[in-house]
Design a protein around this ligand. Structure first.
Ligand code: BYC
Length: 328
């Protein structure tokens, strides 16, 4: 659906738009595509949903890297299913952005020319099989903590897409935990491999939640609009609190000597997070940014014939349906 179509249906005075929208937000209602909404709300949602969609499809790369090297047929089948799920998540999210009048081809152009971001986490290399476990356990675990509140996001199509995505993420997290649990209780070398993967993925996983609250330009407005329900730091803390006991169950150590339960706060204290690393990765200077973008642009170019064929098929169907309609 294109933006003009939405606006044609909802051409109401600006003051009425603001009042109607605010009443909906105040009553914790859902904003639907045909509802009038402030332009800034629409733009901010497209920004976040597009970045999220891009993250899902770029997120396929580090794991796809291990499909051909999975240690058994069972592991291979599970990993393939997971990587396909990520593609599906990308599709639900691009479709949600389209309900706001965004054009999918434009969004992909903006990803390819660096005008829109994707998650920092996918710019780190996957060096061993244990990284498949660490990604599932930590990265998908962080994704769940961040995304479950988005199921209550004020924009209906995004909230509904998130409900389905979260169900799948929970399977992903369990499969990662199971990989690490097997390695951790395997041979000495397997345990060491699992520990090394956790050492490398822990801090980048904490950075997935975004900059600290006092350096997060979008949070306040986004929370006032009911897009985000919790701040970056609150969700990060929730993830740490959930993950420490899981690491104990796994028999693996999180690489932060300052992690300690604080009775007074009712949370784990933790060491300082190096946010300069996050900002560098976002700027394009992470270990794999260049490689990920090259691969993505290449995949897009190689897929041009599929998009052309699908468009030609859709046009043919429309012509046939119109012809059948006029004959009836
Ligand atoms: N990496 O004001 P802030 C997944 C940007 S998919 C890169 O706090 P906001 C998964 C941010 O966009 C993972 N950029 O922003 C997939 C903003 O820049 P712009 C992705 C980041 O939006 C496959 C600027 O920094 N998840 O989990 O209020 C397999 C200032 O930040 C990052 C989502 O997209 C980052 N880590 O909060 C497995 C979830 N952090 O846009 C797993 C939905 C911040 O102003 N998104 N930036 O140019 C969100 O929840 C929020 O957008 C964020 C950021 C918490 C990510």
């Amino acid at each position: 659906m294109h933006r003009e179509e939405v606006n044609d249906e909802t051409a109401v005075p600006a003051g009425d738009v603001a009042a109607g929208f605010q009443a909906l937000i105040d009553s914790d209602g859902r904003v639907e595509p045909r509802d009038a909404m402030p332009e800034a709300y629409r733009k901010s949602l497209i920004r976040q949903i597009a970045q999220h969609a891009h993250s899902e499809i770029i997120g396929m790369q580090p794991e796809a890297n291990w499909i051909s090297r999975a240690p058994s047929l069972r592991r291979k089948a599970i990993l393939m299913a997971k990587v396909q799920d990520e593609a599906g998540h990308g599709l639900y999210l691009y479709a949600a952005a389209e309900t706001l009048g965004a054009d999918r081809a434009d969004l992909l152009d903006m990803l390819h020319n660096g005008r829109q971001k994707y998650s920092s986490i996918f710019n780190y290399p996957t060096l061993t099989w244990a990284d498949m476990g660490a990604i599932g356990w930590l990265v998908d675990g962080a994704a769940i903590v961040n995304q479950v509140p988005l199921c209550r996001c004020s924009y209906g199509p995004y909230a509904r897409a998130m409900t389905r995505i979260c169900k799948e993420e929970s399977f992903h997290q369990r499969q990662g935990f199971e990989i690490l649990n097997t390695l951790s209780h395997g041979t000495k070398a397997q345990h060491a491999m699992a520990q090394d993967a956790v050492n490398r993925w822990w801090w980048p996983s904490l950075m997935m939640f975004g900059p600290p609250d006092d350096a997060s330009p979008n949070s306040a407005q986004s929370m006032a609009w009911g897009i985000k329900r919790f701040s970056n730091d609150d969700l990060r803390q929730r993830f740490i609190d959930m993950t420490v006991p899981q690491s104990e169950a796994l028999g693996l150590t999180l690489p932060d000597p300052e992690l300690a339960w604080n009775d007074e706060r009712g949370h784990y204290d933790h060491g300082d997070i190096d946010f300069t690393e996050l900002f560098e990765v976002i700027l394009g200077n992470g270990p794999c940014n260049k490689q990920r973008m090259e691969k993505r642009r290449g995949a897009h170019e190689e897929g041009a014939w599929v998009r052309e064929a699908a468009s030609a098929y859709a046009a043919k169907r429309r012509t046939r349906q119109t012809a059948a309609g006029s004959a009836a």
